[in-house]
Design a binder for this molecule. Structure first.
Ligand code: WQD
Length: 338
């Protein structure tokens, strides 16, 4: 009997890629999504990629009654919790919405899981909980902090998980601290939501390469980095998805939780990413140097050794793959129905 996993936010960017990785690994998967930040076309695209009969329940993770119904009607063994708001800028403008949705959503989910006797959880956290990391590469033991309400909400969630597991050791929770997820599934059928003007670097570069946006602004070239532009640990979303499968397997194997970074341990600058994208897409990427973006760190990249030891995590996609698959998705997304 395959393990049955509920993905909250499973129609989103990372959730949909994790759906594919779980199906490939032989799991049965149920998606819960309110489609607040995901296209309603994603389930049909997931069927095209996996051939699976994609099961989706449209509901909000804050809806306790809906969660109780799901756990009563489906024999769920574990939950992966993606459903959350994730824009740093938006969180600064609307901190209460971020606390209510991100923290309230986790509490409601864990209460419903506990009531249904389900206590195996993988939680989508973020390197943003390191704040302005002093230690580079950054290990999981680095001091925690936050620079914005989004990061604060993730830190509070991690603390809630830690306190809950300490109070009841039946809980086994995998906390995964993502660095910078980028790229798309090699099929070109799923990827990051292409609508609007992206906050993040790679989707913005993708739109410039496609001619949807005229020019990239490079937020500062006077950082203490090799070429003066910001350095980040980009990780392919399919590698990240595999990290979730490995986290589930570790929870099943160990019966206890873990907190690990999911990054490659390799940092690339903005200018290096632009050059890599231009090569992968064979497109010119016009850019200009602009002032620093408030709150940005000069460099951020993971010490990935604990994920390798605890999960057996080994990223396999390189920067070229990240750019190439992002470009494939960018070209397909313009032809796929919204
Ligand atoms: C990367 C680099 C920018 C846009 C954020 C969140 C993090 C996670 C990923 C949710 C930086 C530079 C960017 C642009 C630029 N999100 N840049 N021009 O800020 O490292 O991380 O997204 O989990 O929590 O903090 O990612 O892609 O926005 O920026 O020069 O138009 O690209 O200054 O150096 P970031 P990013």
């Amino acid at each position: 009997m395959s393990q049955r996993v509920l993905l909250t936010g499973g129609a989103g960017y990372i959730g949909s890629h994790t759906y594919v990785a779980l199906i490939d690994a032989g799991y049965e998967v149920l998606i819960l999504d309110n489609f607040g930040n995901a296209s309603r076309q994603v389930p049909s695209r997931l069927k095209a990629v996996t051939g699976a009969d994609v099961q989706v329940i449209e509901a909000d993770v804050l809806d306790r009654a809906a969660l109780d119904r799901i756990f009563a009607e489906h024999a769920i063994d574990a939950v992966i919790h993606f459903a959350a708001y994730k824009s740093v800028g938006e969180s600064v403008r609307n901190p209460l919405a971020y606390m209510q949705n991100n923290v309230g959503g986790l509490v409601t989910l864990m209460q419903a899981m506990d009531a249904a006797d389900i206590r195996r959880l993988v939680f989508s956290s973020s390197a943003t909980v390191y704040g302005e990391a002093e230690q580079l590469p950054t290990p999981e033991t680095a001091p925690l902090g936050y620079g914005n309400p989004y990061g604060h909400s993730k830190l509070i969630c991690e603390q809630i998980i830690e306190e809950t597991a300490a109070a009841d050791p039946r809980w086994a929770v995998g906390v995964l601290r993502y660095f910078n997820p980028v790229g798309a599934h090699p099929s070109g059928l799923i990827g990051e939501d292409p609508s609007g003007v992206p906050d993040n670097l790679m989707p913005y570069v993708a739109k410039v390469a496609a001619g949807d946006l005229p020019m990239l602004s490079v937020f500062g070239d006077d950082y203490p980095t090799p070429d003066g532009t910001g350095v980040r640990d980009y990780i392919h979303v399919s590698d990240l998805a595999q990290g979730h499968v490995l986290s589930l397997k570790a929870l099943e194997r160990d019966g206890t939780g873990h907190v690990v970074n999911l990054g490659t341990g390799r940092g690339y600058s903005v200018l290096e990413l632009i050059a890599a994208y231009a090569r992968a897409s064979n497109q010119h990427i016009p850019y200009k140097i602009a002032p620093r973006r408030p709150g940005d760190a000069a460099s951020s990249y993971a010490d990935p050794s604990l994920a390798r030891t605890v999960l057996g995590f080994e990223p396999k996609y390189d920067l070229h793959d990240m750019c190439r698959t992002s470009w494939m998705w960018m070209q397909n997304a313009q032809t796929l129905p919204d």
